[in-house]
Write a protein that binds this ligand. Structure first.
Ligand code: SF4
Length: 51
């Protein structure tokens, strides 16, 4: 289990200073089913815009 999640998406409502994610849980999915060939094929679906 990850102790800390670092994230650069600073317009997410869970983002905090220092590139930290403040969400209790994040859910990451693949664009291509249940596996991915590269990090570009993954996304955090917990993202919610802060504005
Ligand atoms: S929920 Fe996802 S997109 Fe939002 S700050 Fe956390 S890791 Fe980043």
């Amino acid at each position: 289990m990850a102790k800390d999640v670092k994230c650069e998406v600073n317009n997410c409502m869970f983002w905090t200073e220092g590139n930290k994610c403040n969400a209790d849980v994040i859910y990451v999915v693949s664009h291509t089913g249940h596996s991915a060939a590269s990090k570009k094929e993954t996304d955090c679906t917990t993202f919610q815009p802060s504005i």
